[in-house]
Design a protein around this ligand. Sequence first.
Ligand code: ATP
Length: 319
Amino acid sequence: VKSIAVLTSGGDSQGMNAAVRAVVRSALFNGLDVYGVQRGYQGLINDDLRPMDLRSVGDIIQRGGTILQTARCKEFLTPEGQQRGAEVLRSRGIDGLVVIGGDGSYQGANKLSKLGIKTMGLPGTIDNDIPFTDLTIGFDTAVSIVVDAINKLRDTMTSHERSSIVEVMGRHCGDIALFAGLASGAETILVPEVPYDLEQVANRMRENFQHGKRHSIIIVAEGAGNGEDVAREITALNGIEPRVTVLGHIQRGGAPTHNDRILASRLGDFAVRKLMDGDSGKGCGIVKGEFVATDIEKVVTTKKAFNMELYELASRLSQ
Ligand code: ATP
């Protein structure tokens, strides 16, 4: 591999910039040429690439979003679009590509790999929904944003409202709700992976209040339900009127935490070294502190296991 490109795709996440910086600087350090693709697969199809130098990634490690911008590209779902993407890279003499994004972006990388482009995926998504990595880039920051928001809610709740419902991101994966819920002492955590019974939730709430609990927080992953609907049902069941806060896109913004910057830096460097070793069609991740590259095909066809142990711990500690 002599020349590589890097792109960010799908939803953005904090730390994508740190990952781009790491890929670019690691490639340059190793004597490779490196190109940045604007706006994900759309930019690839449109041949919107530019050479990156050391300074092109200066002053971005601390920024949220992605300087390469990101996009969702319908055309790339077609074999013609994928063929065109591979041709653009070949015509520029680029033989390796690092794709930073979520599940869909990995599927795209897998297609390019089958067309002979050496590809590496980096897990860039706040959802932590990619298997074969304990963490995705952006997850740590998203969780700390939710925890910070709940801290603020607690202050006002203890003096006024006594019950809050916080709806967080996570359509298929409840990790943001789980980790933020455990870290902020939420009374109830509703996630798409675990069926729940609102009657039990409402009864527990009532009992806890009767036993002197002064506030209660229910955290709902969007895939487990809508905050307003849950509030209405709780009120119907126990008469308590929780206030609902929907955090939305705030969870995807802001400066990445040091954990996300370090993870992104290490994964970016790891991906470049893998490409230099001639490896291809892999998703990179960290498992129990070790960096691993797993066949993308396997990554995109496996559902991430839910951490039941943490879920049960959170439940035991929130009495
Ligand atoms: P997030 O987790 O934040 O949603 P994502 O990477 O999963 O990120 P998607 O919109 O699913 O986001 O995918 C990003 C892009 O990847 C799509 O717009 C499309 O161009 C490409 N892509 C998705 N699925 C496929 C597929 N099956 N084959 C080829 N390309 C795909």
